[in-house]
Design a protein around this ligand. Structure first.
Ligand SMILES: Nc1ncnc2c1ncn2[C@@H]1O[C@H](COP(=O)(O)OP(=O)(O)OP(=O)(O)O)[C@@H](O)[C@H]1O
Ligand SMILES: [Mg+2]
Length: 400
């Protein structure tokens, strides 16, 4: 049933006089008017064309007005029905209302204006119902579209999670390659040194260092296969900071091009962390390696800034300092390299962020550093002024 177009008013009464009166009442209205004298005719019309309003006598000889009401409502629930009934059938009229008739009109028809008013009201009510129905349909449609969009978002989210997992595996694999590559560099350097070494006792000490690095690699592999990296305590020891920092510097010196780079340390005695040695060493190898690469890149001619270590005649200076303050241990790794632009400072801890030439850096060093530091409830941040070097500061809580 459409609310646009002409409304169709079907009038049913077996008394020709009544039909005559009603014809006169509704003739001038802008509705399509059909007047029939039998229930059978009315039924045929109801079945074959849209009827917006049925105005029917209750007592028809063939098909009862109440039957027509039910028929019309069955065909279209929004069809309005007004029942014409005699004084004596008031009860039936009330029953019609119960069957969802809009109203009833008592015969004889004393006040034709009253009938017209009721028909108009019925049409007005119907318009509201039709508009409601249209709105509900629209809402349903929109709801359906929203549900479809929600479903699509869900499946996109699942895909995203999946691809993030895959990316995570990639990061992990690259991270492991990165971790293993540092001790491998050390082993390579030592093996080359042994090849050229005439002094047997020196060669033996190099060999012992090689064994140490091999242990580190083995530990990394063991960790990988145990899958309980963060949870297990079995490798936690007391890590002596000055030793692990010296080792890290030596490792970098041996594995990278450090010509002209001067290393300084200023580390308070008896500074310890409760951690895994190879992880803490990993932190300082990465920071010292980055600082070394930065000062090497800066050569020649970068003027050191006020806070940066003074340049040695050869050029770059990397300084590692550490101490205790309150309930934490702090360590700084500073260099007098080119520094880091302010807007890049928040990116450098992201995995794969690198400014180094392809093949020179993976961009994972600082990400590994960050993960290890935070794993031990530590914090790391960088301070840098462009052209004046960079300082990475680490803090770890002192274990009670
Ligand atoms: N001391 C520093 N001075 C200037 N820039 C630095 C310093 N340390 C890190 N950076 C910047 O941060 C980036 C990321 O460092 P990160 O150690 O994560 O990766 P990378 O050194 O580029 O590669 P990889 O560590 O795998 O060799 C570097 O490419 C560099 O641009
Ligand atoms: Mg690095």
């Amino acid at each position: 049933m459409k609310s646009d177009g002409k409304k169709h008013l079907l009038v049913v009464d077996d008394e020709p006089v009544i039909l005559q009166i009603l014809k006169a009442v509704f003739e001038e209205e802008p509705w399509k008017l059909t007047l029939v004298g039998t229930g059978t005719d009315a039924k045929r019309i109801i079945e074959n064309e849209p009827v917006h309003l049925l105005l029917t006598d209750k007592n028809l000889p063939d098909i009862n007005g109440m039957e027509l009401l039910k028929l019309a409502k069955q065909k279209e629930p929004l069809t309005e029905v007004i029942i014409l009934t005699g004084y004596g059938s008031l009860e039936t009229a009330l029953a019609a209302i119960e069957l969802d008739a809009f109203d009833y009109v008592l015969k004889p028809l004393n006040n034709v204006f009253d009938i017209r008013k009721k028909v108009r009201q019925a049409f007005a009510k119907q318009d509201v119902s039709l508009e409601n129905r249209r709105l509900i349909a629209e809402l349903r449609e929109k709801n359906g579209a929203l549900e479809a969009a929600l479903e699509e978002t869900r499946s996109l989210q699942a895909e995203l999670i999946q691809s993030e997992k895959l990316a995570g595996i990639g990061t992990l694999a690259a991270g492991i390659a990165h971790e293993i590559s540092s001790p491998l560099f050390g082993i390579m350097g030592l093996a080359e040194a042994i090849a050229d070494e005439q002094d047997l006792s020196l060669a033996q000490s190099y060999a012992r260092e090689i064994v140490e690095y091999c242990r580190t690699v083995r530990d990394i592999v063991v960790e990988l296969s145990s899958y309980s990296r963060a949870a297990t305590n079995e490798y936690l020891t007391t890590v002596e900071l000055s030793r692990v920092i010296q080792d890290a510097i030596r490792l970098v010196e041996r594995s990278s091009d450090t010509a002209g780079v001067h290393y300084e340390t200023n580390i308070e005695a008896d500074l310890h962390l409760h951690a895994r040695t190879n992880e803490i060493q990993q932190v300082f190898v990465n920071l010292v390696k980055n600082a070394t690469e930065a000062v090497r890149e800066a050569e020649p001619g970068t003027e050191p800034g006020a806070n940066a270590p003074a340049k040695s005649p050869g050029g770059g200076v990397v300084r590692v300092s550490a101490g205790r303050a309150g309930n934490h241990v702090w360590i700084t790794v500073s260099d007098n390299g080119p520094g880091i632009e302010p807007d890049k400072q928040k990116l450098i801890f992201d995995p794969f962020y690198t400014t180094k030439a392809p093949g020179k850096g993976t961009g994972l060093g600082l990400n590994i550093v960050y993960r290890i530091v935070t794993k031990y409830r530590g914090a790391i941040h960088v301070e840098s002024t462009l052209g004046k070097g960079a300082t990475f500061e680490l803090r770890f809580p002192i274990e009670r």
